[in-house]
Design a protein around this ligand. Structure first.
Ligand code: KE4
Length: 439
C-alpha cells in the first residue's frame, strides 16, 4: 500500500509543525513509520492522500460514534455556518445543548461548555478546589485528562506512549498537589485520604480507562470511590470525555449507576467539532463565574456551529437508544472474531470491552490495572498495527489507546477486519515471510 503522498506531506509538515502533527498521539511514534494524512472520510472509512481506503477504529479518538460525515451533522454545520461562525454572545443553541445533555446524563443539572476535553477537566478540578477550599486532587496512573499541568503526572495516552507520563514543564508547585493512586485499587485511594487529611478537593478518573488501552472498573470500584469521597468530603469527578454518550446515552454514570459530583465531556458532545464541557449539580456549579467566584471563560465556548453539530448527533442518540444495542452487538462481534483469529495462531491476547470501546493486550492474564497494562507486548502490537494497516485497517497507533466501533461499522466491515487479521498472521506463520513469533 503506497503512502508516498503521506510521506511527502509528513516531511513538509515537520518543517513548520512540531513533530509534523498538532497532537502527538497522531505521530506514529509508538509504532514507527509514516502517519497517514487523511483527505476525507465517510462512515467507517478514512481515505488518505494516497487514496487508500482504511477501516477506521479511531473515529477521531471517539467523536464519530455514528460514523464519519454523518449527514445530519454535516447539514447542521453547513446551515449554522451560513449565519456566521461565532458571535461572542449567548445563543439559543447553547440552551438546547445544555438541556439535551442534562436530560441524557443522570445527576447533571448545570453544564458549562469549553473548547476541549482538556479545558473541561482543568475547569472541573478548579471548581472542586473552589467548592471545597482544598488544593489537592487524586488522579490514577495511566488515566489521561488532557494536557493541563495538574494532569501530566503519570498520565496515559500520548504522554505514556512517548514515555513522558510526567511531563517536563510542570512545576514542582503544581505537581505536589496532584496525588496518584492505582486504578481499581480502593486501598491506594484510602491511603492518600488518610495521609492528606482535609486537603483533597477531588478524585478524578476515567470511569472506564481508555488511555492505557481499555480497562474497565472492577465491580464495586466506582461505588467505593463514591463512598470514600463522601466520607472524606472530596468531590468525585467522572472524566467522561471518552465514555460520555459512548458506553450508554448517559455514559458511565448511567451504565454503572454511580453519580459523580462533577462530570467532564468532550469528543461525542461536539460530533468532531472542538467542544468540551463540565457540569454537575446546581449546588456545586453555583461557584462558577459569573454566579460565583471560580473564574472560567472562553471566547469560542458554546460556539454556535459546534453546538449545532453536537446537538444534531446527540439528538440522534437520544431519540434512537437502540443504536447502543447495535454498537454493543457489533463491538462484541469484533472482539469475538478477532480473539478467534488470535487463538487460531496461538497468540496470547487479553481483551477488554465496554460498549463500543475496546482494547486488546498482547499478554496473558487479566488486565485490570496500569501494572497489568505494562505487561502488554508493545513491540508486537507495533508489528500487528502495520500488518493491519497494510491490509487497510487503521488501528490506534499505540497499544495504550482504546479502539472505537461506530454505528457505521456493519457486520461486513467487522468480518473484513477479522479477515485482515487472519491474513496478517497467516503471512507471519508462512516460511516465506519469516515468522513473528506467535507467542
Ligand atoms: P482533548 O483536550 O484532547 O479534547 O481531551 C483530553 C481528554 C480528556 N479526558 C479523556 C478521558 C480523554 O481521552 C482525552 C483525550 N483523549 C486522547 C485520545 N486518547 C486525545 C487524542 C490526542 O491527544 O490527540
Amino acid at each position: 500500500m503506497s503512502c508516498k503522498q503521506s510521506q511527502v506531506l509528513f516531511d513538509r509538515a515537520k518543517k513548520c509543525i512540531p513533530g509534523g502533527v498538532n497532537s502527538p498521539a497522531r505521530a506514529f511514534k509508538a509504532v514507527g513509520g509514516t502517519p497517514r494524512f487523511i483527505s476525507r472520510a465517510e462512515g467507517a472509512f478514512l481515505y488518505d492522500e494516497d487514496d487508500n481506503r482504511l477501516v477506521d477504529y479511531i473515529g477521531s479518538w471517539g467523536p464519530m460514534i455514528l460514523g464519519h460525515a454523518y449527514p445530519m451533522v454535516i447539514k447542521a454545520v453547513q446551515d449554522a455556518a451560513g449565519y456566521s461562525t461565532s458571535f461572542g454572545a449567548p445563543t439559543k443553541a447553547e440552551i438546547l445543548m445544555a438541556e439535551c445533555v442534562c436530560r441524557m446524563v443522570p445527576g447533571l443539572e448545570k453544564i458549562r461548555m469549553t473548547n476541549s476535553g482538556t479545558e473541561a477537566c482543568m475547569s472541573a478540578i478548579r471548581v472542586a478546589r473552589g467548592y471545597t477550599d482544598r488544593d489537592k486532587i487524586i488522579k490514577f496512573e495511566g488515566c489521561y485528562h488532557g494536557h493541563g499541568d495538574s494532569f501530566l503526572i503519570k498520565a496515559g495516552s500520548g504522554a505514556l506512549t512517548l514515555g513522558h507520563p510526567s511531563s517536563p514543564g510542570v512545576t514542582k508547585g503544581t505537581a505536589k498537589d496532584t496525588l496518584t493512586a492505582d486504578f481499581n485499587d480502593l486501598d491506594s485511594v484510602k491511603k492518600l485520604f488518610i495521609e492528606n487529611p482535609d486537603e483533597i478537593a477531588g478524585v478524578i478518573l476515567e470511569p472506564v480507562a481508555g488511555n492505557m488501552g481499555c480497562v474497565p472498573p472492577r465491580d464495586g470500584f466506582l461505588e467505593g470511590l463514591r463512598s470514600l469521597c463522601d466520607q472524606y468530603g472530596a468531590l468525585l469527578i467522572f472524566d467522561e470525555v471518552m465514555t460520555g454518550f459512548r458506553i450508554a446515552p448517559g455514559g458511565a454514570a448511567e451504565r454503572y449507576g454511580v453519580k459523580p459530583d462533577l462530570f467532564t465531556f468532550g469528543k461525542v458532545i461536539g460530533a468532531g467539532m472542538p467542544v468540551g464541557a463540565f457540569g454537575g449539580s446546581s449546588e456545586v456549579m453555583s461557584v462558577v463565574a459569573p454566579d460565583g467566584p471560580v473564574y472560567q471563560a472562553g471566547t469560542l465556548s458554546g460556539n454556535p456551529v459546534a453546538m449545532h453539530a453536537g446537538l444534531a448527533l446527540l439528538t440522534e442518540l437520544e431519540q434512537y437508544p437502540e443504536i447502543y444495542d447495535d454498537l454493543e452487538n457489533r463491538s462484541d462481534q469484533l472482539g469475538r472474531e478477532l480473539m478467534q483469529v488470535f487463538d487460531e495462531y496461538g497468540l496470547t491476547v487479553t481483551y477488554n470491552r465496554v460498549g463500543s470501546m475496546l482494547g486488546f493486550f498482547f499478554c496473558d492474564g487479566l488486565v485490570e490495572s496500569f501494572a497489568d497494562v505494562s505487561r502488554t507486548d508493545t513491540a508486537f502490537f507495533a508489528e500487528f498495527f502495520h500488518g493491519m494497516l497494510e491490509e487497510g485497517i487503521y488501528l490506534p497507533p499505540s497499544a495504550y489507546e482504546a479502539w472505537f466501533v461506530s454505528h457505521a461499522h456493519t457486520g461486513d466491515v467487522i468480518r473484513e477486519t477479522a479477515r485482515a487479521a487472519r491474513s496478517v498472521l497467516k503471512k507471519w506463520s508462512s516460511p516465506s515471510q519469516g515468522t513473528a513469533s506467535a507467542r
